[in-house]
Ligand binder design. Structure first.
Ligand code: CA
Ligand code: CA
Ligand code: CA
Ligand code: CA
Ligand code: CA
Length: 660
């Protein structure tokens, strides 16, 4: 080779091989697996004596093998073809490729025994290539991700059953275009990393209600990965040092990415390994020889497949990287967590279609009450309290809806429903027939709003029994109309006041008893002003997004839980963090706390996220709902993935969790 050629090939090598590359020697290795093959490894840290932690490795037909930190085998649990393994606390999830299922067990450090705890086989429907676990920092829910050869990436919610076992159900299916074998989730940040064999490393949000759009961290060929990735591991040492490691098999290297800098590539190190096939990282002391934790590498070599043990302190020293903190502070969630007891039939349109609910309370039989919901691409729907669709009214793009009882029409007292109709830029008005629970239009012809786009809507009934409707547009204008009955039994609207906000409003609610009007200016604050037209436009912010860390824009639906003597609560949807903030109805509307609605594993009802409209009633809705109910639009109706819908939480559950 002449000098020029040599220089060129060295340059090519430099481009393909990461600049920082140091060799790190393992501090030990396990004995080979009994029947050959090593495709996954995990470390069960013994919390009372970390030096007595246990290495678990998938020994294929030999089952799940256990070793001490000295590498000696201490036991094996048979189970089909054990192909991948992950752990959380004392819980073990194993991918059995022979039966195409997940196996769940618990490890007892005292006896060294594993006990199967699966309530039933969690069948994948494919052989399976990999598995990883995730525990949500937000709500403590435990998830498993199973990977398949055709690009399957299924998210399972694992939940305890009454008899102390664990069951699971698929809550989200993320499909990749080709085979993915390895994944790892970081519990503190909620990041899920997936290695897709032909493409590279992706990062997802592990929350099943999050947007399912991944970020590409590194790409084969074009990035710092030469061929396929042979395993992923996370070392979360908090702000001091937080890393992702990917086995860059063809380069014979392990790439390190900075999780504190959007997974920027930092460098690489080498370990003498034949065939890396699964990594496990733990950033916590594991005895004297592993002061900053361990990187375990399954080495699936032809002869003597085993797992290598690398000290994370050695890796950090070799790459001159800060090793980070032993136990980075994870702020414990102060959120009250509740679960929905009912979800409605999905709306007819896909995408962002469902928007706002109202609750009609039956005058004599509370269990016959209904939920009236908007489909902003189609019209109004009426659901019974089991979520069944009773009526579908394709009358226009209805955005928000509200209801008031006791409207005098044609000599009778009726329930009047108002909705903002974006198709006709009008006010849609209906009555509810208590016998059939159906809606009938009573608008006196087309009632124009004069707004560029009628958006948010709420109704108000003053102490004299006069009924009003407020509708806002996207430019901050809010108009108020008085609703009056005509001699012919129709309803017409007379504009009485315009209110102006600096930016877009949508959610609003009027308090019939106190005369307060609450309006959510989406990016700014929840405002309180007078609902009576003569009260003027003076307003006070009861909560500003900039001041209350519990609030994250947009602020959306607002509702009131009314109790006697002006007491109760005002609830607003904090859409940006999928929570609901609760304020006192009385006095200065002090902030009480926030709650979130998470998935109910046993019933299969998913959590509620990205809520636009919501409604609350303190009226009894029958057995189990004597204290009223909270109803909210769910922006992501998962498990199984379906069009958006509305979900109901008994108020008693919210009151208990928030100690109201
Ligand atoms: Ca929406
Ligand atoms: Ca509403
Ligand atoms: Ca909005
Ligand atoms: Ca949901
Ligand atoms: Ca659902």
């Amino acid at each position: 080779m002449n000098r020029l050629k040599l220089a060129a090939s060295l340059l090519a090598l430099a481009a393909a091989t990461p600049a920082l590359s140091q060799t790190v020697a393992p501090i030990g290795a396990t004995v080979p697996t009994a029947q050959g093959g090593a495709n996954g490894v995990a470390l069960l840290r013994n919390p009372s004596d970390p030096a007595k932690s246990v290495i678990l490795a998938s020994g294929e037909l030999g089952g799940l093998e256990a070793y001490g930190l000295d590498g000696q085998r201490t036991g094996a649990t048979p189970g089909g073809e054990t192909y991948a393994v992950d752990v959380r606390d004392d819980l073990i999830a194993v991918l059995d490729r022979k039966e195409g299922r997940l196996r769940l067990s618990r490890y007892d450090f005292a006896s060294g025994k594993t006990t199967a705890i699966g309530a039933r086989p969690l069948t994948l429907g494919y052989a399976g290539e990999g598995v990883c676990l995730h525990r949500s920092a937000r709500d403590g829910a435990l998830y498993a991700f199973s990977l398949g050869g055709a690009g399957q990436l299924d998210q399972w919610l694992l939940y305890p059953t009454a008899d102390g076992k664990m069951d699971g159900r698929i809550v989200r299916r993320l499909t990749l275009s080709s085979e993915a074998k390895f994944c790892v989730a970081d519990d503190a940040s909620g990041a899920l990393y997936v290695a897709q064999e032909a493409v590279g490393v992706w990062r997802y949000d592990a929350d099943p209600e999050a947007e399912a759009v991944p970020t590409l961290i590194d790409a084969n060929r074009l990035g710092k990965i030469q061929g396929e990735v042979g395993g992923l591991a996370v070392f979360n040492g908090g702000k001091g040092g937080n890393y992702l490691v990917a086995a860059n098999v063809e380069a014979g290297a392990f790439n390190v990415y900075d999780r504190n800098a959007d997974d920027r590539f930092l460098g690489a190190f080498q370990v003498a390994i034949d065939s890396p096939s699964g990594l496990y990282g733990l950033r916590a002391p594991v005895g004297a020889s592993l002061p900053a934790g361990a990187l375990l590498i399954a080495d699936d070599r032809k002869q003597g497949a085993n797992s290598k043990i690398v000290s994370w302190a050695d890796v950090a020293a070799a790459l001159k990287l800060p090793v980070g903190e032993d136990a980075p502070a994870v702020a414990p969630s102060k959120l009250a967590l509740v679960q929905a007891s009912m979800e409605t039939t999905p709306v007819a349109n896909d995408g962002d279609a469902a928007d706002d609910p109202a609750i009609w309370v039956h005058p004599t039989d509370p269990a016959q009450s209904t939920i009236i919901g908007t489909n902003k691409k189609r019209g109004l729907m009426v659901y019974d309290l089991s979520g069944k669709l009773l009526q579908d009214l394709p009358d226009g793009k209805m955005n928000n809806v509200d209801v008031r009882h006791g409207f005098k029409l044609a000599g009778k007292s009726v329930a009047l429903v108002a909705a903002s109709d974006r198709t006709h830029k009008s006010i849609a008005l209906y009555t509810v027939d208590p016998a059939t629970r159906m809606l009938t239009s009573v608008a006196d012809g087309h009632i124009p709003t004069g707004l560029s786009d009628p958006y948010g809507l709420c109704m108000y009934q003053d102490r004299k029994g006069e009924t009003f409707v407020f509708i806002g547009d996207p430019d901050g204008l809010m108009r108020q109309w008085k609703l009056t009955a005509t001699a012919a039994g129709k309803v017409r609207a007379l504009p009485v006041r315009d209110l102006k906000f600096d930016t877009q409003t949508e959610g609003c609610v009027a308090d019939d008893e106190t005369g307060a009007l609450y309006v959510a200016e989406e990016d700014v604050a929840l405002w309180k002003l007078g609902a009576d037209a003569k009260t003027g436009s003076a307003k006070t912010a009861i909560a500003r997004i900039a001041d209350n860390p519990a609030l994250k824009d947009d602020l959306e639906g607002v509702a009131i839980y009314a109790q006697p003597k002006g007491k109760g609560y005002v609830i607003v949807s904090s859409q940006g963090n999928n929570t609901y903030a609760v304020f006192r109805r009385e006095g200065d509307n002090a902030y009480v706390g926030s709650f979130a609605v998470n998935a109910n594993g046993a019933s299969g009802i998913d959590g509620i996220s990205e809520t636009d409209g919501l409604e609350v009633t303190s009226a009894s809705l029958g057995a189990g709902l004597e204290g009223g109910a909270f109803v909210a639009q769910d922006g992501r109706n998962v498990s199984p993935p379906e069009n958006q819908n509305f979900k109901l939480v008994p108020w008693s559950v919210i009151a208990e969790k928030l100690k109201l």
